[in-house]
Design a protein around this ligand. Structure first.
Ligand code: PNS
Length: 161
C-alpha cells in the first residue's frame, strides 16, 4: 500500500523553508500532497489558485521528486481531505519552539478526530527565520524578498509593484 502524507499550510506565499520541508517529506513517503488551505485567522495576500501555481512553479525550479502533487482544500476539516485520499500522516515544518507550541494542539486534535498522525520535520536552519508573514510585510513595503522565496515567487511579487 502506498504511504501518503499531506503537507498542509497557507503558503501565502510559499517560502524556501516550505520547499525544503516538502522535498524532505518527498524522500520519506511514496506520495506527498501539498495542500493549500485557506486559514480564516490570516489576512490573505494571494488567491489560493495563485499560491498553488507558485508552489508548482517553485518545485519545478528545484530537483524535486516526482511524487509531489499540489492542490487546495476549502471544504471541511483537514483530516477529511486526509481520509479522502488515504493519507495517514500530516507533515509540518518546525522552525522553533514557537512552532511546536502552535502545532501541537492541532496535531492532537487531528489525531483525536481521525487517527491521523502528525510528523514534525526540521528544515535547514538557514531558513529558521523565514516566514510567509515576514515575506508579505517586506514585499509590501518594497523590500527584496529573493533570499527567502523561490525565484518564481520573488519574480511574481516584484511584478505586482
Ligand atoms: O500555514 P498555516 O496558516 O499555519 O496553516 C494552518 C492550517 C491551514 C494547516 C490549519 O489552519 C488547518 O489545518 N486548517 C484546516 C481546518 C481544520 O481542519 N481545523 C481543525 C484541526 S486543527
Amino acid at each position: 500500500m502506498s504511504r501518503i502524507a499531506v503537507v498542509p499550510g497557507s503558503f501565502d506565499p510559499v517560502t524556501r523553508g516550505h520547499i525544503d520541508v516538502i522535498e524532505r517529506a518527498s524522500h520519506l513517503f511514496d506520495e506527498i500532497h501539498v495542500l493549500v488551505v485557506h486559514n480564516p485567522d490570516k489576512t490573505a495576500l494571494l488567491p489560493v489558485a495563485q499560491r498553488v501555481a507558485l508552489i508548482e512553479k517553485s518545485l519545478g525550479e528545484s530537483e524535486a521528486a516526482t511524487n509531489i502533487t499540489v492542490t487546495s482544500w476549502s471544504v471541511g476539516l483537514l483530516v477529511d481531505y486526509c481520509t479522502d485520499v488515504g493519507a495517514s500522516v500530516i507533515i509540518k515544518g518546525i522552525r522553533s519552539q514557537v512552532d511546536v507550541a502552535y502545532e501541537t494542539p492541532m496535531a492532537i486534535v487531528n489525531r483525536d478526530l481521525a487517527g491521523v498522525e502528525t510528523i514534525f520535520l526540521l528544515p535547514d536552519p538557514a531558513h529558521a527565520h523565514v516566514s510567509s508573514s515576514l515575506v508579505r510585510q517586506v514585499a509590501g513595503l518594497g523590500g527584496d524578498v529573493s533570499p527567502y522565496v523561490p525565484r518564481a515567487v520573488a519574480e511574481f511579487l516584484q511584478q505586482g509593484r
